[in-house]
Design a protein around this ligand. Structure first.
Ligand code: CUA
Length: 319
C-alpha cells in the first residue's frame, strides 16, 4: 500500500487494469467531445461576433451530411463504450468456478468476516494471492457498500438480501477496505484492511483458526436447534420441501409463479415463510424473524448448500 498522496490506488487484482482502461477511455472520449464542442463555440464566438468583418452572404441553412455525422459518430463511439463496459461488468458479476468463499456481514459500523473453516475476523480480511475469492454479503441493518479501491471492487451490501462479488488479488500486501454508502454517523470510520498473503502463509493463517466450528457445522447445529430437521427431512412425517440441491434450482410457487432459489430466497423463507409458498405445500412453517441473526442465517444457507444430493426420495407427486 502506498503511503502519502497518490491520485490512483495501486492495481492489485486481475480485473483492475481492465477497469482502469475503461475508466480512462470514458474520461478520454468525454474530454475529447467536450473539447471539440468548446473549441467550435470559441472559434465561432470570435469569428462571427457582431462587429467581425466576415462574409455573411450565402450562409448555409441546412447541412444534413454534417448533422448525420455529428449524430451518428458520437452515438457509435458511446454505444461502443457501453458494450465494452457491459462486458466488463457482467464479467465481474458472473460467478467464478473454484472461487474461495468468504462470508461478509456488515453492520453499523463494522465488517464481520467469516471463512469456510469457521475463522472469523472483524474489519480485517485475509485472502490468498492468485486465487479468486467470492464474497457473499448481507447487512444486519442498513445499506453499506464493500469497496476495495486497489481491487476496483465495489458492491452494495443490502439488508434482507445477499449480494456477491469476486476478486483475485495479484500482489501480497495490505489494502484499504471502505464502506462506500453513507450508513450513519460513523460511516466514515467503517473501514478495514484486506491482507493479501502468499498462499502458504494464508494456509498457515487459516489453520490457526481451525478450532472454531466450520460454517457448515454451525449451520447444521442451528438447523437442528431450531427444529428445521424435524420437517425438512426425507423421512419426516411432515410434508416440507426437500432442501438438498435447492440453491440454483427452479422453484414453482403456489399461485403459479416460479423463481430460481438463491440465498435471498432461503433468507426470506426462514424470516417470512408465508411470502413464497412452494407449490403443493401447506404454509405451516413458523417464521424465524428475530430469532436468527444474519450470521446464523448465513451459516444455515451454507449448510443447505452443502447438503448432498442423495438418491431422490419420491415424496410427492409435485416434485
Ligand atoms: Cu457502512 Cu457506510
Amino acid at each position: 500500500m502506498s503511503s502519502g498522496f497518490s491520485l490512483f490506488p495501486s492495481a492489485a487484482s486481475v480485473t483492475a487494469h481492465r477497469t482502469d482502461t475503461l475508466c480512462f477511455a470514458l474520461v478520454g472520449f468525454s474530454t475529447l467531445i467536450a473539447f471539440i464542442i468548446t473549441a467550435v463555440i470559441v472559434v465561432f464566438c470570435i469569428r462571427y461576433r457582431r462587429n467581425a468583418r466576415v462574409d455573411r452572404h450565402h450562409a448555409p441553412t441546412d447541412a444534413k451530411g454534417l448533422e448525420i455525422i455529428w449524430t451518428l459518430l458520437p452515438l457509435a463511439v458511446f454505444l461502443g463504450l457501453f458494450v465494452w463496459a457491459a462486458r466488463d461488468f457482467t464479467r465481474l458479476y458472473r460467478p467464478v468456478p473454484d472461487a474461495l468463499p468468504v462470508y461478509v456481514v456488515a453492520r453499523q459500523w463494522m465488517w464481520k468476516v467469516e471463512h469456510p473453516n469457521g475463522r472469523r475476523e472483524v474489519n480485517e480480511m485475509h485472502v490468498p494471492a492468485g486465487q479468486p475469492v467470492r464474497l457473499l454479503m448481507t447487512s444486519q441493518d442498513v445499506i453499506h457498500s464493500f469497496y476495495v479501491p486497489a481491487f476496483r471492487v465495489k458492491q452494495d451490501v443490502v439488508p434482507g438480501r445477499y449480494t456477491a462479488s469476486w476478486f483475485e488479488a495479484t500482489q501480497t500486501g495490505d489494502y484499504h477496505l471502505f464502506c462506500a454508502e453513507y450508513c450513519g454517523t460513523r460511516h466514515a470510520r467503517m473501514t478495514g484492511r484486506v491482507h493479501v498473503m502468499a498462499p502458504e502463509d494464508y494456509a498457515e493463517w487459516l489453520d490457526a483458526g481451525a478450532d472454531a466450528p466450520r460454517i457448515v457445522e454451525r449451520g447444521f447445529d442451528l438447523f437442528r436447534q431450531h427444529g428445521c430437521a424435524g420437517c425438512h427431512h426425507a423421512e419426516s412425517s411432515v410434508h416440507a420441501p426437500e432442501l438438498a440441491g435447492l440453491i440454483g434450482r427452479e422453484v414453482h410457487l403456489e399461485g403459479g409463479g416460479r423463481l430460481i432459489a438463491d440465498e435471498t430466497y432461503i433468507y426470506d423463507s426462514i424470516i417470512e415463510p408465508d411470502k413464497d409458498i412452494v407449490a403443493g405445500f401447506d404454509p405451516i412453517m413458523p417464521a424465524f424473524k428475530g430469532q436468527l441473526d444474519e450470521e446464523e442465517i448465513m451459516a444455515i444457507i451454507e449448510y443447505i448448500r452443502s447438503m448432498p444430493l442423495e438418491t431422490p426420495v419420491q415424496r410427492s407427486s409435485h416434485d
